[in-house]
Design a protein. Structure first.
Length: 231
């Protein structure tokens, strides 16, 4: 009985405020959403660096994966929605932009000094040796479709002056042809590959750090403007 009285009082108060319960319960209008297309326009695309990432992980002591990423990289894509085998991509990574989760670590110095571990990984000759090899590059050599939205992208990876073939398992996440009423060409991909450090002469941490490194890629591309177009 008490709960019924409370409910009646609440309804009366709402009426006094000029509001009906149905008005309060009405859902908010849906937010605007992009028009998604499974086939985006063909042409040249540039990486949208604000919506892209390259992270990698490697097993440490057989206990847990050590993870890091590259904060600065770029890519160019030639996209053909009707024939994926014609698609090409080229990537350039700045090894000096490597970012670990714990960049300032204590050294073995008795005074407890710290070192910039990001800088060490980027520049040390046993790591990325960026002073001698200022870029990591990947250039695709072929695309083999494996499913409706999946493919194997083969290409040449160059790191520490060594070039080796790698295969990226890629997923086409979709394309955007129109965004909020404005024409736009955009496509997005996810990719994963595994490389062996030893094949590139990367010796740091061995044998405590595993040889295989898994690389995870998320990349959104926007269609490049036509040559000669005003910027």
């Amino acid at each position: 009985m008490r709960s019924l009285i409370i409910a009646v009082a609440a309804l009366t108060a709402l009426g006094a405020c000029g509001q009906k319960p149905a008005e309060l319960a009405a859902p908010a209008p849906p937010a605007l959403s992009p028009t998604l297309q499974t086939e985006a326009p063909a042409g040249a695309y540039k990486l949208d660096v604000t919506h892209a990432s390259i992270t990698w992980k490697v097993m440490h002591l057989g206990l847990a994966n050590y993870t890091a990423r590259f904060a600065k990289w770029d890519a160019d894509l030639s996209f053909d929605p009707t024939d994926p085998s014609k698609n090409t991509v080229s990537v350039t990574i700045d090894p000096k932009s490597v970012r670990t989760d714990y960049p300032f670590a204590k050294t073995k110095d008795p005074q407890g000094k710290t070192e910039d571990f990001d800088k060490k990984v980027a520049t040390d000759p046993t790591y990325f040796n960026a002073a001698k090899f200022p870029a990591i590059t990947f250039k695709s050599t072929g695309v083999e479709r494996t499913g409706e939205k999946t493919a194997k992208v083969t290409g040449d990876l160059t790191m520490l002056g060594v070039t080796k073939p790698v295969i990226i398992d890629a997923t086409f996440n979709g394309g955007v042809k129109e965004l909020f009423g404005q024409p736009i060409g955009a496509v997005g991909f996810s990719g994963v590959t595994t490389v062996k450090r030893s094949e590139f002469g990367f010796t740091a941490g061995a044998p405590y750090v595993a040889d295989e490194v898994q690389v995870l890629i998320e990349a959104e591309f926007h269609q490049a403007p036509p040559a000669g177009a005003a910027k």
